[in-house]
Design a protein. Structure first.
Ligand code: CA
Length: 232
């Protein structure tokens, strides 16, 4: 089990887009590294394997789609999650991208929020060990295989949204999440949901966790958001 930030390798040659991507991914709690072309990408992956690659289709020397194929052929990178980034929106191109082995496909221009949400969704879907992972914090434990949460050994009953919220907090204990970040992570990029909805689910999560007058584990940070914090 690792509580480290997921590592994202951004493979893109346009400086402005690199900045937009790294800024938004870092803000959402990811560690980012950048490669400008396929060769740099292969070196970066060999040096420190990322948890996911955001790969632009249009790159100098070797196209993103060819890099994607190469990564899929190699046993060490066969399972590396890849999101392909491209200006091509034709159905045929989409299919080509997915056939080359990309896990998802984002068409430019995209909103940073959408990209961050896609990264989160692909990681949830593909992260190895995600199904038998135990997440712990203070006296809280989440057994992802059994889909069960306990506090101090006693079961905590949670609805699906509260479960996903808690999973997000347990994956980054102590980190303050804004309502928007929680919306992205828990509801997804295509959800049309009022930020206030987050407050409602936080209230339910708190009630379930703190049942029996136990110390509150969720800290409200005024005008910033929420964090899992035993010192709350
Ligand atoms: Ca490019």
């Amino acid at each position: 089990m690792s509580l480290a930030k997921p590592k994202i390798l951004v493979v893109e040659d346009e400086a402005a887009l690199v900045e937009l991507l790294t800024y938004n991914l870092e803000r959402a709690g990811f560690d980012t590294r950048v490669a400008r072309d396929g060769e740099e990408a292969e070196l970066a992956i060999a040096e420190d394997k990322p948890d996911l690659v955001v790969l632009d289709w249009m790159l100098p020397y070797v196209s993103g789609i060819e890099i994607c194929r190469r990564l899929r052929r190699r046993p060490t990178t066969r399972d590396l999650p890849i999101i392909l980034l491209t200006a091509r929106s034709e159905e045929a191109d989409r299919v080509r991208g997915l056939e080359a082995g990309a896990d998802d496909y984002v068409v430019k221009p995209f909103s940073p929020r959408e990209l961050v949400a896609r990264v989160g969704a692909v990681l949830r879907r593909t992260r190895p060990g995600g199904d038998n992972e135990l997440l712990n914090y203070a006296d809280l434990q989440m057994d992802m295989a059994a889909h069960r949460v306990t506090r101090d050994g006693r079961p905590v009953a949670l609805g699906p949204t509260e479960y996903r919220l808690l999973h997000q907090f347990l994956s980054h204990p102590g980190r303050v999440f804004s309502r928007e970040q929680l919306l992205n992570a828990v509801w997804g990029y295509d959800a049309v949901i009022e930020p206030r909805t987050v407050d409602v689910h936080i209230r339910r999560l708190r009630k379930a966790l703190n049942d029996g007058d136990r110390p509150d584990l969720i800290r409200t940070v005024r005008s910033a958001g929420y964090a899992l914090d035993a010192a709350a």
